[in-house]
Design a protein around this ligand. Structure first.
Ligand SMILES: Nc1nc2c(ncn2[C@@H]2O[C@H](COP(=O)(O)OP(=O)(O)O)[C@@H](O)[C@H]2O)c(=O)[nH]1
Ligand SMILES: [Mg+2]
Length: 241
């Protein structure tokens, strides 16, 4: 059976590498992302007779295209479509970390939130109600301490359930101002027309509204000419807001 792919996303210093090592041990190799000087670490593990490939995405504070790191992480989530995107959050700075989590939740439904550094949080007297958070956000939330491997088994179980489609997260969409929501409603059908459901149309609509032109380059790079037929026939300008 093919390996499921799990992408690790998170702010810098949230313990992504520590978790990556805890999951994959010595079964890892590093290289560069195609055409970039950004380090790419990939590793393997097995759970319930199923093989998993873990991809450690560059640590970033957001997933727009302000830097090569952000672009690499963004493109992997949107175009390579991992089976699970695992967002690693720092339990002691949850509010700041939530920004990235919410962005990932706009990009894909296959999300698991992993709140790391729980040992540190406990030491600081911070308690986190994971079930309540999961309920509010519509995605699974698992608390861990990557360094001591606390909570890893539970995390592997949840990843397994999401990858196998047994557990289907339903990320709660952020509602923007009526003006923006109106624009989204206008643009989304056109995106669906051009790409079907291949990419997260609401997320693409938001990028176009923002005037993020880099998304065009990315779509051009990752879609086949065949995919782009309708888009090209319709004229790119009709999708330019
Ligand atoms: N107390 C504690 N420290 C951790 C834990 N996980 C990672 N760290 C530490 O946090 C720092 C950043 O970890 P690292 O894995 O490099 O983070 P990355 O930048 O997200 O890859 C390191 O000093 C780790 O030892 C944890 O569960 N508990
Ligand atoms: Mg790291």
């Amino acid at each position: 059976m093919a390996s499921y792919r799990v992408a690790l996303a998170g702010n810098p210093n949230t313990g992504k590498s520590t978790l990556f090592n805890a999951l994959t041990g010595l079964r890892q190799h590093t290289g560069n992302w195609a055409g970039k000087t950004v380090l790419r670490a990939e590793g393997q593990y097995e759970f319930e007779q199923q093989s998993y490939t873990v991809i450690d995405l560059p640590g970033t504070y957001s997933l727009f295209s302000n830097s090569t790191d952000e672009e690499v992480a963004r493109d992997y989530i949107i175009f390579d479509k991992p089976d699970v995107t695992l967002v690693v959050l720092d339990a002691t700075a949850l509010e700041r970390n939530m920004n990235l989590a919410l962005q990932v939740m706009e990009m894909t439904s296959n999300v698991v939130l992993c709140i790391n550094l729980m040992d540190e949080a406990r030491r600081l007297g911070i308690s986190i109600d994971a079930p309540k958070l999961a309920d509010k956000l519509g995605v699974p939330v698992v608390k861990i301490s990557a360094r001591s491997k606390e909570g890893i088994h539970e995390l592997l179980k949840v990843i397994h359930q999401v990858a196998a489609g047994v557990l289907k997260p339903t990320p709660r969409a952020i509602t923007y101002s009526p003006e923006i929501e109106q624009k989204i409603q206008e643009i989304v059908p056109e995106i669906k027309n051009a790409f079907g459901n291949a990419y997260p149309s609401r997320w693409i609509a938001l990028r176009l509204i923002e005037g993020d032109d880099s998304i065009w380059n990315a779509l051009e790079k990752y879609t086949s000419v065949e995919d782009r037929k309708d888009w090209v026939l319709d004229g790119q300008s009709s999708l330019h807001y």
